[in-house]
Design a protein. Structure first.
Length: 281
């Protein structure tokens, strides 16, 4: 579809400034007063019905346990994370932001306490302490030269309570080496993602981490502005940004150069390491 020239500045302004085409804005790195970020907001976390107090509540005195006056018996949102080192998991900052407690469900089904130990709002990444039995660490790709057109796999927990209770795998490609408004910290990917995929691993076709799923374009609102529905425009934080964040916080993930595999085999690698993250309120 051809856009009239007069529409282009307004569209770009809406995408960059965090207007109604994007929904909730995020702070610009280093910007005072929480100015909107020149990019796109995070995937909105799922909002399932409140859970009754029960075994999902944190245990006082343990990582992720309730703080004095905190009500951790209800899940208020959810996302995805993955193990990056023994006792350490990575997710998005927006997945754990404002949570009074964090719980993780591992591949075997156990529900375990977790604790946020570091976060970076600008990169939209968070480091979470998890029990040692949370799963084996996923390796990061040693070669940082990711190319347009490379096949990628996502693995996570989209639309919890609506879709499968287990993890979902999608495939696609690296579409661009920068995110919205030329955000150099992100990739644009064609692999489908939904709310709840936030914080999950983006893997190459060898099962190595090359990024962290972070957001998607709001197709409905873009269509309202342009008359056209964008397809498969999603974003991931680059693996190099994730490695820099982890190393700055004392975590040195495994780097690997593994052989090519099928998407199903990549999913089998990701499965024991991928966590269903629950934000407790």
């Amino acid at each position: 579809m051809h856009l009239r020239p007069a529409l282009l500045p307004a569209l770009l302004l809406g995408l960059i400034a965090g207007g109604d085409a994007m929904g909730q804005g995020k702070p610009v790195p280093g910007a005072p007063g929480g100015a909107p970020q020149a990019g796109f907001p995070p995937l909105p976390a799922t909002k399932p019905p409140a859970l009754p107090p029960g075994p999902q509540a944190g245990v006082p005195g343990k990582p992720g346990g309730p703080q004095p006056g905190a009500a951790t018996g209800r899940m208020v949102s959810s996302g995805t994370g993955f193990v990056v080192a023994p006792g350490r998991a990575l997710t998005n900052h927006h997945v754990i932001d404002d949570c009074r407690g964090v719980r993780v469900r591992v591949s075997g089904g156990a529900d375990l306490p977790a604790r946020v130990i570091a976060s970076d709002r600008d990169r939209d990444l968070a480091l979470v302490e998890v029990p040692a039995e949370a799963g084996p660490p996923l390796p990061f790709r040693r070669d940082v030269n990711v190319r347009r057109g490379e096949g990628v796999v996502t693995y996570g927990f989209p639309l919890a309570g609506l879709l499968s209770s287990g993890p979902t795998l999608t495939t696609g490609e690296i579409s661009a080496l920068a995110g919205l408004a030329d955000n150099q910290r992100q990739y644009q990917i064609s692999a489908p993602v939904q709310p709840g995929n936030s914080g999950g691993p983006l893997l190459d076709m060898s099962g190595q981490v090359v990024g962290v799923i972070v957001s998607k374009l709001n197709a409905q609102r873009i269509a309202q502005r342009t008359g056209d529905i964008p397809q498969n425009v999603n974003f991931a934080v680059k693996g190099t940004e994730a490695l820099a964040f982890l190393r700055a916080n004392g975590v040195n993930p495994t780097l690997a150069e593994l052989p090519a595999r099928s998407a199903a085999e990549v999913g089998e690698i990701a499965h024991p390491s991928t966590l269903f993250m629950r934000c407790m309120g």
